[in-house]
Design a binder for this molecule. Structure first.
Ligand SMILES: *Cc1c(COP(=O)(O)O)cnc(C)c1O
Length: 270
């Protein structure tokens, strides 16, 4: 039996000094829109030598259709806009959706586990990934600075859970997670409230034990992963992106976030 790691957003991160994705026989990393290294969609896989079914030479892989290349470009653009201007990003995404210009996995892939056909990586994705790889050290340093800033700010509220990363450990953040002290019936509403108060884009990842929420759940029986369920109901996250400057404006936003978090934690106790 072979064991392949899901290291989807573990690229350039270590745990106890070992690179994520190097623990078992192989690993895959995702270049999907939301990941720390992104080409829009697609990914990178490391397979154990001699694994059957993976011997197709890459030159023979079909290219993305022209229509899908345009969809990919339009979807990427909307995600890029969202990183800086969430409202503009949402509007662009809504327009794309109406025009049928969203490039994403088919519904059957999520609900029925239909395999995705193999495709050559689109040129657009290749250019994007290579550019990010060239800037990787600077990106990691910037994210490290943001993480430190977040960690110090949230430390003022001891009821909030954080996950410390040892100094000097390689960590390629996707988002910066923190957890409230009590499970939230409507975590999305809490995230919206915090975003409005702070001006920071507060996320809800992950909001279900099985992701994406509302997908097939793959025979998951409620209650069988109590810690996972509790985390899904309490964890929120802060943005980790290179467009976000580590400056006085961010410090002000974090002050506002803390004030609102303090209110929420107090309401939860009552
Ligand atoms: C994003 C993600 C995936 C799926 O990656 P795709 O490239 O979208 O197929 C799998 N596992 C984890 C943990 C992920 O975050």
């Amino acid at each position: 039996m072979k064991f392949i790691d899901d290291a989807a957003h573990g690229f350039a991160s270590q745990l106890d000094g070992q690179w994520l994705g190097s623990y078992h026989d192989g690993a895959f990393f995702s270049f999907e829109y939301s990941k720390n290294l992104t080409g829009g969609i697609g990914g990178l896989a490391i397979f154990p030598p001699g694994m059957t079914g993976m011997t197709t030479p890459q030159q023979d892989w079909p290219e993305l259709s022209c229509a899908d290349e345009w969809r990919l470009l339009a979807t990427l653009k909307a995600h890029l806009l969202s990183a800086r201007w969430p409202l503009l990003g949402r509007i662009t995404m809504a327009i794309n959706r109406r025009l049928g210009l969203i490039y994403r996995s088919a519904d059957a892939e999520v609900s029925q586990g239909m395999p995705h056909p193999v495709r050559a990586m689109p040129l657009l994705s290749t250019v994007l990934v290579r550019r990010q790889l060239a800037h990787l050290p600077a990106t990691l340093a910037h994210k490290q600075a943001l993480a430190q800033r977040y960690q110090q700010a949230l430390a003022a509220l001891p009821s909030i859970t954080q996950w410390a990363v040892p100094a000097g450990a390689a960590c390629h953040w996707v988002r910066y997670p923190f957890a409230l002290s009590c499970p939230q019936a409507n975590k999305a509403a809490v995230a919206r409230r915090l975003s409005q108060a702070s001006g920071l884009n507060i996320g809800v990842w992950f909001d279900d034990v099985i992701h994406p929420a509302g997908s097939f759940r793959h025979a998951y029986v409620a209650g069988s992963a109590p810690q996972g369920e509790r985390l899904a109901a309490t964890v929120l996250n802060l943005p980790m992106n290179i467009a976000l400057a580590d400056n006085a404006a961010l410090a002000h936003k974090l002050d506002r976030l803390l004030a609102e978090l303090r209110r929420i934690e107090k309401e939860n106790i009552q």
